[in-house]
Design a binder for this molecule. Structure first.
Ligand code: 6PG
Length: 508
């Protein structure tokens, strides 16, 4: 091994950290790595030797924070891949003790809460530059090209950019589709990198949080389509996998659709049954969907489909209660359909899934727009849609249509108003409505799909019953209301329970 110093320090060699390090090495960076568990350092060096048997070692193991700093060129560039929360600060404090300097950069790539990143930038100012970069793509993405959402000090970004644009997933500029290579040591050449500077500290992790909210909705919508075919149409897991494969060839093409077909096709070695039927129907969650829903409530963004997806996971986890309720709360039984009716129902379901998906993305982008306004960020939505076209979990052909929509109009108030998406929803809504009506009559829950339809129906209504709601609020709490026949913004209050004509008063 050569004695030359390394370009990048890497701390945290779990699945994501290990794969990001190998990805960096494949792109010609020399890495000094550290983990509290030294067996992970040894394992990474062994993997590097196995993948790169002839070459000079690209990864240098360090067994303390001080050694890590000594092995790096200055100013130091250090990437963290440690669990979100306290571990990030733990590492930062150790780096300070080891002598990190004011112009060194520490990049947090974990699934951190965006407000924690904002606090950390302030807290470590003068000690080092804290920068955040959210990563999507799971372990394969980390190894061969993730989608990266960097945010923080723009000067730091000029130093980080060549590294992240090198290791990010790539999109074919002609087709807008992912360019994939899963061969160690043979990274993709050319293509548009799925890494773009998002904005000030926290903005990148906010955008990634919304990505995960959309991911929750996408997954739940696919699960509802599965349930409608399984419970409503009596189809087997393997038959449903075939339908998903078919859908994956068209507008519904996505990584999540592809892996759902794979999951449904997997046969359990021991029992010979589809494995999915042996998996307990209790969903886990690490919190990013919840954070999205909480943030949406805070900024007043209507993200009902994303939020329903979080609730659906919570409800699924009440397995014992549901088992009890199943024997008490009876409902309709789905009728068996003729083959023709079944084919028509599957076709309608495909369109219902597509329309619901459009609405959940519209909600996610609307949330980002409202949050950006509140936090003073200038988010470039066409660029965000672009970096989600490859590498990340929600990657889909559909993201190119979203990119096009924001390229047509970067001030678009809502994706539903883009001419392409508006036309799709207007034309396909019949199938969407029929699917949800049939599901309701059969007693099959489709919370995310029906919330998406409700979003569409509410958003397209010039009038909503909030006039009565305002009357109720004013009645019991003198909360005032605006009048449609007077100057907007002017507040009125009525003495509702006085006899005779209500009196109108202007509240100042
Ligand atoms: C990604 C994923 C990743 C992780 C989720 C899982 O973009 O790579 O979203 O961040 O798989 O955090 O979240 P849940 O455990 O909450 O499903």
């Amino acid at each position: 091994m050569s004695d030359s110093l390394c370009n990048i320090g890497f701390i945290g060699l779990g699945v994501m950290g290990k794969n990001l390090t190998l990805n960096l090495a494949d792109h010609g960076f020399k890495i000094a790595c550290f983990d509290l568990d030294s067996s992970k350092i040894d394992d990474l060096i062994a993997t590097d030797k196995y993948e790169n048997p002839q070459g000079e070692s690209r990864i240098v193991g360090c067994y303390s924070y001080t050694e890590l700093l000594q092995k790096l060129t200055a100013p130091h560039l250090i990437i963290l891949s440690v669990p979100a929360g306290e571990p990030v600060d733990h590492v930062c404090h150790h780096l300070i003790d080891a002598g990190i300097e004011a112009d060194d950069i520490v990049i947090d790539t974990g699934n951190s809460l965006w407000t924690d990143s904002v606090e950390r930038e302030k807290k470590y100012k003068g000690k080092f530059i804290f920068f955040s970069t959210a990563v999507s793509g799971g372990e394969v993405g980390a190894r061969f090209g993730p989608s990266l959402m960097p945010s923080g000090d723009p000067y730091a970004w000029t130093r980080i950019e060549p590294v992240f644009t090198a290791i990010a997933a790539k999109v074919d500029p002609e087709t807008g589709k992912p360019m994939e290579s899963h061969v160690p040591g043979q990274p993709i050449q050319g293509g548009e990198p799925c890494a773009t500077y998002i904005g000030p500290i926290g903005a990148g992790h906010y955008v990634k949080m919304v990505h995960n909210g959309i991911e929750y909705a996408d997954m739940q919508l696919i699960c509802e389509a599965y349930d409608l075919m399984k419970t409503g149409l009596g189809m087997t897991s393997l038959e449903i996998a075939e339908i998903f494969r078919e859908w994956n060839k068209g507008i519904l093409n996505s990584y999540l659709m592809e892996i759902s077909a794979e999951v449904l096709s997997k046969i359990d070695d021991e029992t010979g049954q589809p494995l999915v039927e042996l998996i307990m129907d209790k969903a886990g969650q690490k919190g990013t969907g919840l954070w999205t829903a909480v943030s949406a409530l805070q900024v007043g963004a209507p993200t009902q489909t994303i939020t329903q997806a979080v609730f659906a996971r919570s409800l699924s986890s009440l397995k014992a209660e549901r088992t009890q309720a199943a024997s008490v709360l009876t409902g309709p039984e789905p009728a068996r359909l003729s083959n023709d009716a079944k084919s028509a129902a599957i076709e309608a379901l495909r369109d219902a899934l597509y329309c619901s998906k459009i609405c959940s993305y519209a909600q996610g982008f609307q949330l980002m727009a409202m949050a950006a306004k509140e936090h003073g960020w200038k988010l470039e939505f066409a660029e965000i849609a672009k970096i989600w076209r490859a590498g990340c979990i929600i990657r889909a052909v559909f993201l190119q249509s979203i990119t096009n929509a924001y390229e047509r109009d970067d001030d678009l108030a809502n994706l539903l108003l883009d001419p392409f998406f508006a036309e799709q929803l207007i034309n396909l809504q019949g199938h969407w409505r029929k699917t949800i009506a049939d599901a309701t009559l059969m007693g099959i829950p489709c919370a995310a799909m029906s919330s998406a339809l409700n979003y569409f129906d509410s958003y397209r209504r010039e009038t909503l019953p909030a006039n009565l709601l305002q009357g109720q609020r004013d009645y019991f709490g003198a909360h005032t209301y605006e009048r449609v026949d007077c100057t907007p913004g002017k507040k009125y209050h009525t003495e509702w329970n006085m006899t005779g004509q209500p009196q109108i008063k202007i509240k100042r």
